[in-house]
Design a protein around this ligand. Structure first.
Ligand code: F0G
Length: 459
């Protein structure tokens, strides 16, 4: 394939799902009935669903075949051993604790190790991670490098942790820090990768202060691909080998298999510490299930195991990262402000830059996301002041950035779907000055308000 420029989808379509094509008038009625919150829509009213890349990908023939091998024994299912082996092949942690999705792993871990007076640093907490830290009474701090907060700035590893800032925090408060987290790739910061060099430096600081390091590894394979293609000296390495080095630098991980597990549901918590594992397993049994299935059916464990084998294939990753960049480059070329470089799983539009007439507390990201839906039936996700603007004490402040994320489900949409998205975004961007902001109706939900908030368009 070497001489051809076009990177094709490395699969054929095996089962099709119809898309219901809707009119603008229908969509306007639907979003009004949904209180202008895209999470409240009936998904049949969405044409191209870029709300998330989580659990929305297409499974392969071999994953569906693996599902037929699912063994539903309550304890000691053969499917559990298949899953365990596939996880430990990439992440050789001593203890693997299956959960129904990533946030269940977070909930268990932070219930055990966080709590009032504690502080958890991360390059950038994802929303559920932050919420699970804060729910215990602990503080969640984001320590991404300063470049990671500037949407238009090019940097190969914009997800990197600010090692000096981490060092300052630990010098002062190491005793209150139960764990340091690094999210790969850094979802809330634009799907940006973290380099091996940075992970090694974070590890060294953690070692100096005796604090464990965990990965939030949802998009580990995409991160490994960026390491292979961007980090000096890594180009010749196999992806699984890079993943194992990432794992070797950490003491444990949380994982959502709905991303780079290529599955529709699932996750896990893993670690080397025996005592911590025991305390986590005790909680697991309360809320998720017996330790050999967690919150999952045997067939889910099989689908994840097969997904983990497929996600590290280079043909897949080359296509995956290239197809995301294709969308980003096209939007950039027509003057839509986008976070650069393009992330692995999503393109992030800088709504604050596109809609300078809408102040952050009138939610420019929400305004753009709603417009993309009304005009083209495209459902993106606000990652900005709606998601992160409310503090635990109920006060409100602008988030560092107001972005709209167009997340690409894995192996699901084709290039013509993406060409349509480009056409719609361009059309909306050309009329950006006509968009108006929103306000959030009271009462607001205390946590994760973006999921259920009700909005009202401002006149
Ligand atoms: N960590 C990161 C970095 C994530 O992106 C997510 C989910 C989670 C943890 C939680 O995992 O959904 O399985 O409970 N992100 C999805 C998204 C929801 O749309 O970015 P989960």
């Amino acid at each position: 394939m070497d001489r051809w420029r076009t990177i094709i989808e490395p699969f054929r379509i095996h089962a099709v799902e119809p898309i219901r094509l809707t009119s603008r008038a229908e969509r306007l009625r639907a979003i009004e009935a949904a209180d202008w919150n895209l999470f409240n829509l009936h998904a049949d009213d969405v044409v191209i669903d870029l709300l998330t890349d989580s659990g929305t990908g297409a499974m392969s023939r071999d994953q569906w075949a693996a599902i037929q091998h699912g063994d539903e024994s309550y304890a000691g299912s053969p499917s559990w051993y298949v899953f365990l082996e596939a996880v430990q092949e990439l992440f050789p942690f001593r203890h693997v604790i299956p959960t129904h999705q990533g946030r269940a792993a977070e909930k268990i871990l932070f219930s055990v190790i966080a709590g009032p007076g504690k502080i958890v640093p991360n390059n950038t907490h994802f929303d559920t991670t932050r919420a699970n830290v804060e729910f215990t009474g602990a503080e969640a701090v984001d320590l991404v490098i300063p470049e990671g907060r500037q949407p238009a700035l090019e940097h190969p590893f914009k997800g990197n942790m600010d090692v000096a800032a981490l060092e300052r925090l630990l010098a002062e408060r190491a005793a209150d820090v139960p764990v340091v987290f690094v999210t790969v790739t850094n979802n809330s910061g634009g799907g940006q990768p973290v380099s091996l060099e940075n992970l090694r430096a974070v590890r060294a600081v953690c070692d100096r202060y005796g604090v464990p390091l965990f990965l939030d590894a949802c998009r580990f394979a995409e991160n490994a691909w960026f390491i292979k293609t961007r980090e000096p000296g890594q180009a010749e390495r196999a992806i699984p080998d890079i993943v194992r080095e990432m794992a070797s630098l950490a003491d444990g991980m949380t994982m959502s298999a709905k991303k780079d597990g290529l599955a529709n549901i699932g996750g896990w918590l893993a670690m080397n510490d025996d005592g911590l594992a025991e305390r986590c397993r005790n909680l697991l049994i309360l809320t998720e299930g017996f330790p050999t299935y967690g919150g999952l059916a045997g067939r889910d464990l099989e689908a994840i195991a097969q997904g983990l084998r497929e996600v590290v294939e280079e043909d897949y990753l080359r296509y995956r990262i290239r197809s995301t960049a294709y969308l980003g480059e096209a939007l950039d070329a027509v003057g839509v402000p986008v976070v650069k470089p393009f992330g692995g799983h999503a393109v992030y539009i800088d709504a604050r830059a596109l809609l300078p007439h809408i102040p952050p507390l009138e939610y420019p990201g929400q305004a753009l996301a709603v417009a993309l839906y009304v005009e083209g039936g495209i459902r993106g996700c606000e990652i900005g002041t709606v998601m992160f603007g409310r503090r635990p004490d109920g006060s409100e402040a602008p988030a560092p950035m107001d972005l709209v994320r167009l997340a690409i489900p894995r192996r699901t949409y084709t290039q013509s779907h993406v060409d349509y998205v480009i056409e719609v975004v361009r059309w909306v961007a050309e009329r950006a000055s006509e968009l108006r902001g929103y306000r959030i109706l009271e009462p607001q939900p205390p946590q994760l308000r973006h999921f259920t908030a009700r909005f009202q368009p401002l006149a």
